[in-house]
Structure formats: C-alpha cells, structure tokens
Design a protein around this ligand. Structure first.
Ligand SMILES: [Zn+2]
Length: 85
C-alpha cells in the first residue's frame, strides 16, 4: 500500500481521517495482477484501488461500480470544472 495521499488533490492525510482507500470494479488486467501476486506471494498497491481524502471520498465512492479508468476520468473532469468556476 502506498501512503495515504489523495489521488485527486494530492493532499495527504492521517489514518483515522475520513478519507480512505476505495476499490473500483476490476478490469481484466486487475484479475491478471491478482493472480500474479498470488503466484509470487507478492503484495502491492492494487491497480484498481486509490486513496481519497475526506473531500473527494464521498463522490469517488459513488463511482466504485465503474472501473478505475472511467471513474478517474469523471473525477478529474469534475475537479477541473470546480477549479475553473
Ligand atoms: Zn482530495
């Protein structure tokens, strides 16, 4: 696992804060990754999981039924729109 740092805004936060890790819908490549980790007994940050701070967690959680690519696309777009206002 990587240290807790929001993938959207880059803010890091302490364990115990309201943000956290979200797992998204697994893609084919994610199943491949899991099988490989199991085979080699490895651990790592799952490619379908990301950290979100308190501010971004709730919205991100609504998108966990999507793959991470799609969810990140939406979240980043929404973030851009927020900034340009
Ligand atoms: Zn954030």
């Amino acid at each position: 696992m990587r240290p807790p740092e929001c993938v959207i805004c880059g803010n890091d936060f302490e364990p115990g804060d309201k943000g956290g890790v979200l797992n998204f819908k697994k893609r084919f490549s994610d199943y491949v990754w899991e099988r490989k980790m199991k085979r080699i007994g490895g651990v790592g940050h799952p490619p379908y999981a990301e950290w979100f701070c308190e501010e971004h967690y709730t919205r991100a959680e609504e998108l966990t039924s999507m793959t991470i690519n799609k969810a990140m696309e939406i979240l980043r777009e929404e973030e851009e729109q927020k900034k340009s206002k």
